[in-house]
Design a protein around this ligand. Sequence first.
Ligand code: HEM
Length: 105
Amino acid sequence: AKADPAKGADVFKKCTACHSDQKGGPNQIGPQLWGVVGRPVASEPGFSYSDALKGKSGPWTFDELFAWLKSPKAYAPGTKMTFAGLSKPEDRADVIAYLNKQGDS
Ligand code: HEM
């Protein structure tokens, strides 16, 4: 099945306690996520990232996001994203498709 951004919008409800997905949105408990696909890791101005995430480099590609969202703690031990992760691969693919689509507009 193809990743479905509309379903991803629904999955994103699990993220909104900590993240804005709005253009120019504020950093909250987590950094704002507008345009995060392709954005360099840990690069949102004004957000205080963990050393764990600052130790990563390169852009957030689909594959990197897919690994991160499966288990943030496994991907970046010491991360302050206290979220267990999305165990279903289709949920991860859908939410990444949603975030990607957003950054386009
Ligand atoms: C970081 C996505 C849920 C708190 C991040 C980053 C992404 C992300 C992509 C890295 C951003 C960057 O490098 O600028 C998501 C998604 C979620 C989710 C898609 C839902 C499926 C949550 C929840 C919380 C949270 C529920 C709070 C309980 C954080 C924090 C960071 C972060 C504190 C910074 C991590 C660090 O510096 O180690 N998130 N997140 N996130 N998120 Fe989330």
